[in-house]
Design a protein around this ligand. Sequence first.
Ligand code: ZDP
Length: 283
Amino acid sequence: MPLLFVKMHGIGNDFVVFGALDGLPLSEDHLSEFAQFVCDRHFGVGADGVLWVLPSSIADFQMRIFNPDGSEAEMCGNGIRCAVKWFYDRDYAKGEVVRVETKAGVKTVWVTAKDGKAVAVTVDMGIPVFQPDRIPTTLGNGEEALEVPLFVEGLGTFVVSAVSMGNPHCVVFTETVDEVPLEAIGPRLEHHPAFPQRTNVEFVQVLSPNELKVRVWERGAGITLACGTGACAALVVAAKTGRASRKATVHLPGGDLDIEWREDNHLYMTGPAVEVFRGELGW
Ligand code: ZDP
């Protein structure tokens, strides 16, 4: 069955986007295997995730995201900007405000357009969750797990903070983020028994109260050039531990995101979304 797709990215976090506003063209049982094939950079299209733009009865559309390992994530910060650009640029949106159903709730999104096309997107990423059972993590002894020691066999003890942005995150501060051996540590923290649903991992260097430098190991994907939910997780933990103010630019290997933790306790993320090419996939 030929399937039309659009290759997109948000600061180098790249996605294959399938518009399916009439409903899924594949059966639910094939979605995981399909994502593994599509994301493969040698045997497929190549991407950090597959995004489905689907109909919704409670929002303008529904977004579902699958990781390269075939697992489904609840939420995706860079992905939602791409999915909204897909929707907006094809004139499905009624205005500059779009509501998107995700597995982490309905998100409100504001589009900044140029010549009728979305160039930047601001997302209300919701309220960060620190209750351990809702992340989920076994860290913190029932209290917020902020800067707690986590022992990793063979690598030593890391001081970590756990937070959910809809999906789980493990934030570690460092003075020298470029030197962190992410390929070695990332998978060990992702699969650590302290995180029963696995976790995304962010190493964060505070450059100033308004500037963070972050490298990410993504659950189900490995090293990526950026992670929107991860940038929010980094800012919120940095602010909560007195390292940063509530508004900062987060520098990721693929580019920058502006993150603000407003007085309403919601995190707002602003960044670009880019369409690279369109294609047709045989499946
Ligand atoms: O939670 C997860 O399993 C992530 N790998 C999902 C993708 C998150 C993403 N990188 C983001 O920008 O938030 C797309």
